[in-house]
Design a protein around this ligand. Structure first.
Ligand SMILES: NC(=O)c1ccc[n+]([C@@H]2O[C@H](COP(=O)([O-])OP(=O)(O)OC[C@H]3O[C@@H](n4cnc5c(N)ncnc54)[C@H](O)[C@@H]3O)[C@@H](O)[C@H]2O)c1
Ligand SMILES: [Zn+2]
Length: 351
């Protein structure tokens, strides 16, 4: 069992039998509810109950997927909490990916002015990313995560066993955030990860731990995203635009798949604006193309991408700001780039 102690809570990484079961018995909450979606109910709930021995709880089930991360689903969750007689001394267990964690955490943080919740992330993305940092929320008026709060969970329990049932595309999507963590903070880890060929059979624990430590140290240094936390946006300015654009198409991309494209293009921007050596950019492109395949973007969509980038939350004074890398393993935040830089980076991706 690996333990990460954050200022106000603990992340447990390892078999739930050795973590969550004991913790739940010790805390002895008078009422417990478990939030799942249809997939985590099927694949994760039996594992969770078997490993923790939890028997007395209220089950709250919602529909899976980002389109349900909205205020309507919150109302369903709050209603079920009311009907089950939950109060401020109760506990909500969020068993699922980032959608369940963000939305369940938000519902718990606002229910009767706040009750405890724990995160039990079951996707690779939520295990290395969404479960750390205290950001909770939902999508509103088509703007992702536009309503929400910062609030820490009572604990986080990460069990890599859950990844066994996760579809390969979802696994690979989470892997992009782990690559990002290495590229912005740890050159040696990037070297190690860039030799991984087969994600399906991997022993994930040491990689998850490494990623968590990086995210934790960045979040601790800047909990409310005023400065260095922006480093976590590497790959995301272009990535989000490509993700948003693809959402409207016949071939939507998963978040990490779009971020992989974004990281290739933004590595090139790092070369162009900061002098990141071209061989490093080439190595990043070669590895990401091998893992994610050759996704193509259309030159005719560049104006759409740029329009989407102009709406990015990080922008100031109408300038598009990037979090780039130089050298590999080090992030440089707030780099303003012009449309012609961005187009050159997209061209590089297509080359
Ligand atoms: N709070 C943060 O700091 C933060 C950081 C990154 C992402 N996020 C948010 O996380 C969300 C994305 O998270 P996600 O990728 O985990 O998506 P998700 O929660 O939609 O899960 C992806 C899919 O996998 C299924 N699933 C989950 N665990 C499974 C398992 N073990 N076996 C089989 N199927 C399983 C889910 O039902 C869903 O269909 C986004 O809404 C994003 O905004 C938040
Ligand atoms: Zn991301």
């Amino acid at each position: 069992m690996d333990i990460l102690n954050l200022p106000t809570y603990t992340i447990h990484l390892g078999d739930l039998r050795e973590s969550a079961g004991d913790w739940l018995r010790r805390q002895n909450y008078p009422k417990v509810a478990v939030l799942v979606d249809e997939n985590t109910e099927q694949h994760c709930l039996p594992v969770f109950l078997k490993k923790t021995g939890l028997a007395d709880f209220h089950l709250i089930r919602i529909e899976a997927g980002e389109p349900h991360k909205n205020i309507g689903t919150c109302q369903t969750i709050w209603s079920r909490m009311m009907e089950s007689g939950l109060d401020r001394r109760s506990l909500l267990i969020n068993l699922g990916g980032g959608v369940i964690g963000d939305m369940g955490g938000f519902c718990a943080a606002t229910f009767k002015r706040g009750m405890d919740f724990v995160q039990v992330p079951t996707t690779l993305l939520s295990q290395v990313d969404a479960s750390v940092g205290g950001k909770l929320g939902i999508d509103f008026m088509q703007v992702k995560n536009s309503i929400g709060v910062f609030r820490d969970p009572a604990a986080v329990f990460i069990d890599p066993d859950f990844l066994k049932t996760l579809p390969y595309r979802e696994l690979r999507s989470g892997f992009a955030e782990m690559i990002k963590h290495a590229l912005i903070a740890d050159e040696a880890q990037w070297q190690k990860m860039s030799r991984l060929q087969d994600l399906a059979g991997l022993d994930w624990s040491p990689y998850i731990l490494h990623s968590l430590r990086i995210k934790q140290s960045i979040v601790e240094a800047d909990p409310f995203e005023r400065g260095i936390r922006k480093a976590l946006n590497f790959g995301h300015t272009i990535g989000h635009a490509i993700e948003g654009h693809a959402l409207e198409s016949a071939h939507p991309l998963l978040h990490g798949e779009a971020i992989a494209v974004g990281m290739v293009a933004e590595s090139y921007l790092s070369h162009r604006k900061l002098g990141l050596p071209l061989p490093d950019v080439e190595a990043i492109k070669a590895y990401l193309t091998r893992i994610y395949g050759a996704f193509t973007i259309e030159k005719s969509s560049y104006p759409d991408y740029l329009a989407l980038m102009h709406q990015d939350k990080k922008n100031e004074n109408g300038q598009i700001l990037f979090s780039l890398i130089h050298p590999v393993g080090n992030a440089v935040v707030n780099v303003a780039c012009e449309p012609e830089d961005i187009e050159a980076a997209l061209d590089y991706f297509l080359m």
